[in-house]
Design a binder for this molecule. Structure first.
Ligand code: ADP
Length: 375
């Protein structure tokens, strides 16, 4: 057997027997070869595929992965994010497997002159991971929903009793109930963070656009937050003199979160600065504290869900690691940006920019929210 035939046979065997689902395309997007693992993954025989052309696959456009795939066809090695793919929507096949979540990697093959001759696409089935993730989200969603009702009732009873004891002159009991109320507020915040995170994960966090005076909004939140701390003094610097179109309540949630983190993570310093400014398109707001700061290598991951810095110092602060994740998602949906600058031991500055006229994108239907004028 010639060397070239041996190599071909070797390649054919490895390709056919590989447990990784592999599909080979022409540079025009026509499939020319699939292996057994591919046929098994989708429960489709290769001849059934007929005239499938990946570059015309509308499902890949709708799931926002076509741009990545096209990069692969232009010669780049690309990782295509996981999507749930339904083969029967694109090709007419019987009994195709339809509940698979797959991620893919694309390797273009080039000849000696650098011309692309083939495109290799390999799938990774991540359905199991997605299911575990989904079950976890469902559980968190149900558990938090169930917790919310009794906590709301407890809070109402505690408030009534606090007032009643105060009226009867029993200040000790009234004070104790006041403390209980404060703890219930913390519990309510935790529950509502968990509910928001579940909404984000399931694409149900809806945003509402309205026009509001940015400076008055900042003053309102800062005054509210000042009432939660005796140690710290919150200073507002600058003015924007600007009305913005955005989700007032959700943006308030972001600012509240940044200030409450600034308070929480600077237990030994007093000053917190809230600085506002404006350019032609955005208002910009920064919350600066002089507290524990953030190690350089943790900055990137702070905005991930449930991410908390672990260290002897950080572990002493309570929290779920959801506030920055939720804040970042809220800002992204308003086409804003959220970032941090920090020096360990010296303090942190969290800033966001918000477009003056944010066109809010709601995730479920990708429809731009109607602009509501509230002049
Ligand atoms: P939580 O505060 O509930 O843990 P966040 O998502 O708000 O969750 O913050 C994530 C992590 O980022 C925190 O656990 C903390 O380690 C770090 N962090 C956030 N804000 C600050 C800050 N102002 N100073 C120092 N570390 C901070």
């Amino acid at each position: 057997m010639r060397m070239i035939d041996t190599h071909l046979l070797l390649f054919k065997t490895i390709f056919a027997q590989s447990p990784i689902s592999t599909q080979i395309f022409t540079p025009d997007g026509e499939t020319i070869l699939v292996n057994k693992a591919w046929e098994k993954l989708w429960n489709i025989r290769f001849p059934e595929l007929k005239s499938y052309n990946i570059l015309n696959d509308q499902q890949l456009v709708e799931t926002s992965v076509m741009t990545a795939i096209k990069k692969g066809f232009k010669g780049k090695i690309v990782d295509v994010p996981a999507i749930q793919y339904f083969p029967e929507k694109t090709v007419s096949v019987k009994n195709a497997v339809s509940d698979r979540w797959v991620a893919a990697k694309i390797f273009p093959i080039k000849n000696a002159k650098g011309k692309i001759t083939h495109i290799v696409l390999q799938h990774t089935d991540v359905s199991q991971e997605k299911k575990v993730e989904q079950d976890k989200n469902d559980f968190i969603g149900i558990a938090t929903h169930e917790l919310k009702t009794p906590v709301t009732s407890l809070k109402a009873y505690a408030e009534v009793l606090e007032k009643k004891f105060a009226k009867n002159g029993d200040m000790f009991s009234s004070k104790q109930l006041g403390k209980m109320n404060a703890q219930l507020d913390k519990l309510t915040m935790l529950i509502s963070d968990l509910l928001d995170a579940t909404k984000i994960e399931s694409g149900k966090l809806r945003m509402h656009q309205e026009k509001f005076d940015f400076d008055a909004f900042v003053v309102e939140i800062v005054e509210e937050m000042q009432r939660t701390t005796f140690r710290h003094t919150l200073h507002i610097e600058g003015k924007t003199k600007q009305k913005v179109q955005a989700d007032r309540e959700r943006t308030g949630q972001v600012l509240t979160n940044l200030i409450s983190n600034a308070i929480k993570y600077s237990p030994h310093t007093e000053k917190i600065i809230i600085k506002q400014s404006i350019d032609s398109e955005n208002v910009r707001l920064c919350v600066q504290d002089f507290g524990i700061g953030i190690p350089e290598n943790n900055k990137e991951r702070l905005f991930e869900r449930f991410y908390r810095i672990s260290g002897p110092k950080e572990n002493t602060f309570p929290g779920l690691g959801l506030g920055l994740y939720i804040s970042n998602e809220i800002m992204k949906r308003q086409k804003g940006l959220l970032w941090v600058e920090s020096e360990l031991g010296k303090g942190s500055t969290f800033c966001f920019t918000l477009p003056i006229n944010a066109k809010i994108k709601n995730p479920q239907n990708n429809v731009l929210e109607e602009e509501i004028q509230h002049d």
